[in-house]
Design a protein around this ligand. Structure first.
Ligand code: CP
Ligand code: NVA
Length: 302
């Protein structure tokens, strides 16, 4: 059976921790290899990207391979060629597919029809590569996950879902503060709890932030939700990460954001630029974690 990486729950707990260790080692050595020598990975991106695209392209090059970057706009995908046909064509040319798309169902369809590994580079439901690299960033600051309180402030979106999934493998206490109507998917929450994750929901950002070791947020309108921006600005107004909220947290609390950030909306300029902010460590770690993820995916094909 081929292996894909579509959500963090595709990993066992041991594998998830192993990836953090492996990525940390790769980072410390500026690791390169010829794992992908003479191999090509195709990247299909149906949404914009700076970090994910660049870090994957650099990761594949450091592992000795090359990439072809494609969007729906200049391919036949944008002219309604079925994904299942595109999947089978790419699998005839390339050794793997890295995809950024909308519905998680599209990833599953691609994975079903392409008999090469598929890696999720963000969907409406999850952002597993980002959150695995966030686990590396947290590990660098606090190597023990046990006893940590992680606050999620804002939208119960793809990032929130991946933080919920990560809580299955990494034993932090996750408290999400989301406005009514913007909670994470109850099914994702229920499954993670069933698997042992310590996750709670509140409407109160102060309650979530109290004593927190990490405060995380994300944009109020994700890609694909741009038309809801004005409405969301009203709903999320009380969910800004600012000095007042950070003051309630642990004195060593770090501010996290996957980027891109909207200063003055979900976070103030002050907090974003403060010493507590580790957002550029997070961005750097995308590269190291994705090298570890690619190595894991491509060396564990059954
Ligand atoms: N954090 C993240 O995925 O950034 P990009 O959208 O720039 O890839
Ligand atoms: N939630 C954001 C994350 C961007 C990296 C989005 O999906 O647009």
């Amino acid at each position: 059976m081929k292996k894909d990486f579509l959500t963090i729950l595709d990993l066992t707990r041991e594998e998830a921790h192993g990836l953090v260790q492996r990525a940390a080692a790769m980072k410390s050595q500026r690791y390169t290899s010829d794992l992908f020598a003479d191999q090509v990975l195709v990247m299909i991106f149906e949404k914009a990207s700076t970090r994910t695209r660049l870090s994957f392209e650099v990761a594949v090059r450091r592992l000795g391979g090359s990439v072809i970057f494609m969007t729906d706009r200049e391919s036949q995908l944008g002219r309604s060629e079925p994904l299942k046909d595109t999947a089978r064509v790419i699998a005839r040319y390339a050794e793997g597919i890295i995809v950024r798309t909308f519905g998680q169902d599209k990833l599953h369809e691609l994975a079903k029809y392409a008999d090469v590994p598929v890696v999720n580079a963000l969907s409406d439901s999850y952002h597993p590569c980002q959150v695995m690299s966030d686990m590396l960033t947290m590990y660098e600051h606090t190597p023990e996950f046990e006893g940590l309180k992680v606050a999620w402030i804002g939208d119960g979106n793809n990032m929130a879902h991946s933080f919920i999934n990560a809580a299955v493998h990494f034993p932090y206490k996750l408290v999400l503060a989301c406005p009514e109507g913007f909670d994470p998917d109850p099914a994702i929450l229920a499954k993670a709890k069933e698997l042992g994750a310590d996750v709670t929901l509140t409407r109160d950002p102060k309650e979530a932030s109290a004593g927190a070791h990490y405060i995380n947020t994300d944009v109020w309108a994700s890609m694909g939700q741009e038309s809801e921006q004005a409405e969301r600005e009203k709903v999320f107004a009380q969910f800004q990460v600012n000095k007042e909220l950070m003051a309630l947290a642990d004195p060593q609390c770090k501010f996290m954001h996957c980027l891109p950030a909207h200063r003055g909306e979900e976070v103030t300029e002050y907090i974003f630029e403060s010493p507590a902010s580790i957002v550029f460590d997070q961005a750097e770690n995308r590269l190291h974690m994705q090298m570890a993820i690619l190595e894991w995916v491509f060396t564990h094909q059954g």
